[in-house]
Design a protein around this ligand. Structure first.
Ligand code: MG
Length: 162
């Protein structure tokens, strides 16, 4: 189980992940977390950096799916705003379910899919369990996070360090 908690890669921000880099790794799709990966917890608007990241993925032919534990009510309008067609809401991360479902609706294999997220115990664990590649990004804004996530971050520290 412990092995499944380690991200395959750690980056400071999502902008340093490029379509050409993913292509070289043989990847065809990305599965994106929403809160603190694409936008802060209380802000529905993506930054220019995130917009550029999405544009680069599209230009590079990398398919995009948003996978969130949030309800469809929240996830669907967000995806419409950022122009992402595929999404899985109520994803039950860290279960593999959301990642496998994402791969299925994009028509790609899980092992050619990259799970990108800011939390080890939901995004990374779920992606690894589904057999996806996993990239941990530094959370956009930790100040506005609910208390329970702050606790999780303390528990995550040894895994991020490695
Ligand atoms: Mg998150």
């Amino acid at each position: 189980m412990m092995k499944k908690l380690y991200p395959k890669l750690y980056v400071e921000n999502i902008g340093s992940i490029t379509a050409s880099m993913l292509r070289k790794m043989g990847m065809e799709a990305v599965v994106l977390d929403v809160d603190n990966t694409l936008v802060p917890h209380d802000d529905p608007n993506p930054t220019v950096e995130v917009e550029n990241f999405l544009a680069d993925m599209r230009q590079g032919g990398i398919k995009i799916c948003v996978v969130s534990n949030n309800s469809e009510e929240r996830v669907k309008p967000f995806c419409e705003r950022i122009g992402v067609t595929y999404f899985v809401s109520d994803a039950l991360k860290p279960r593999a379910y959301g990642y496998l479902k994402a791969a299925e609706i994009m028509g790609v294999k899980a092992e050619k899919t990259v799970g990108i997220g800011d939390q080890i115990f939901t995004d990374i664990w779920g992606a690894n369990r589904a057999g996806c590649y996993s990239i941990l990004v530094k959370p956009i804004d930790t100040k506005t996070e609910p208390f329970y996530i702050k606790i999780k971050r303390i528990l995550e520290k040894p895994f991020v360090k490695r």
